[in-house]
Design a protein around this ligand. Structure first.
Ligand code: NAD
Ligand code: UDP
Length: 314
């Protein structure tokens, strides 16, 4: 294969990372999966361990790394509020020092580097839907700040390495994504509701459930990652990747109850601090620049995700 590359996936043992490793191997590349397994799991990649193109490396991105590869995807960072708030100092360090170490490697090797940024850089947005030009509304000292500001600083570093040192960067801002290999206990809304429904427990809505999110199925998102990495050198992003269909959290709960046939009832709990009230990506740029848009509707994606959790829970 003439375009076969060796590709580093930092955070490759996580939910999104494991799907990305799989896709890159399917496309014929060699993959080095780097992870410290803080939130990732060997179970996510166990089926890849026997693939001759796959190599696993236990490493923490806050420490420098000297290996030779042709491209880097940086996904290393805990992503669910429960996980990133567990050790907030380490969360900021992972985003910022991880970016510095991997950008340094991209500079040394003169290779492209992809950053998994997030819709959280928009904070609790006053512009709706969110366009890439919007600078965001982020609390710098709150309980979500370790994640939001860490990711914002990482974006700053990516763009400065690009402007100052000519590093080829590929920055995407990911909106809520769900699918198989989310962790049952990661506290994110889709996994929480599905697990609660399957166990017949109460469905816990935080606040009154009127806050909105837009949910993208994992396979759609991974297609977007690869299109971004393969785009022309001058395409730096940031580009929003997500599904623009917007739902209230109450609608999501009702859909999951319906699809699982659960007898669960909905209960209401306190809304966490700085919880964004609404979120929906404007994906005009992804459509025009990357020719990407998601194709899997929420019902279909939820059915696949429910089937996954049924298997691991039952
Ligand atoms: P995840 O927690 O499943 O994956 C993150 C991976 O990074 C894990 O395997 C974890 O062990 C690893 N990791 C954490 N700290 C590390 C460190 N210091 N060194 C090496 N590895 C480390 O989460 P995910 O949902 O797969 O998210 C992947 C990336 O995408 C994250 O950077 C996240 O911020 C971003 N993102 C995800 C979503 C989403 O909806 N899933 C939305 C926006 C952004
Ligand atoms: N949420 C909820 N019940 C839960 C988990 C989450 O109502 O059991 C809400 C949460 O308050 C937020 C939304 O669902 O408004 C999405 O939460 P998640 O943690 O999945 O992602 P994020 O807030 O980072 O978008």
């Amino acid at each position: 294969m003439p375009n076969k590359k060796t590709i580093l996936v930092a955070g490759g043992g996580g939910f999104l990372g494991s799907h990305l490793c799989e896709k890159l191997l399917d496309d014929g590349h060699d993959v080095i999966c780097l992870d410290n397994f803080f939130t990732g799991s060997k179970e996510n990649i166990r089926h890849l361990l026997t693939d001759p193109g796959f190599e696993l490396m236990r490493h923490d991105v806050t420490w420098p790394l000297y290996i030779e590869v042709d491209a880097i995807y940086n996904l290393a960072c805990p992503a669910s509020p429960v996980h990133y708030q567990h050790d907030p100092i380490q969360t900021t360090k992972t985003s910022v020092m991880g970016a510095i170490n991997l950008l340094g490697m991209a500079k040394r090797l003169n290779i492209p580097i992809f950053q998994a940024s997030t819709s959280e850089v928009y904070g609790d947005p006053s512009v709706h839907p969110q366009v890439e030009e919007y600078w965001g509304n982020v609390n710098p000292i709150g309980t979500r700040s370790c994640y939001d500001e860490g990711k914002r600083c990482a974006e700053t570093l990516f763009f400065d390495y690009n402007r100052q040192l000519g590093v080829e960067i590929k920055v995407v801002r990911i909106f809520n994504t769900y699918g198989p290999r989310m962790q049952a206990n990661d506290g994110r809304v889709v996994s929480n509701f599905i697990v609660q429904a399957l166990k017949g427990e109460d469905i816990t809505i935080y606040g009154d459930g009127s806050q909105t999110r837009s949910f993208c199925y994992v396979n759609d998102l991974i297609e977007g990652f690869v299109k971004m990495m393969n785009s022309d050198k001058d395409i730096t992003g940031p580009i929003n990747l997500g599904n623009p269909e917007e739902f209230t959290i109450k609608e999501l709960a009702e859909k999951i109850i319906e699809l699982t046939g659960a007898s669960s009832k909905i209960i209401y709990k306190e809304l966490p601090a700085d919880d964004p009230t609404r979120r929906r990506p404007d994906i005009t740029k992804a459509k025009s620049i990357l020719k990407w848009e998601p194709g899997i509707p929420l019902k279909e994606g939820l059915e696949k995700t429910i089937a996954y959790f049924e298997k691991i829970i039952m």
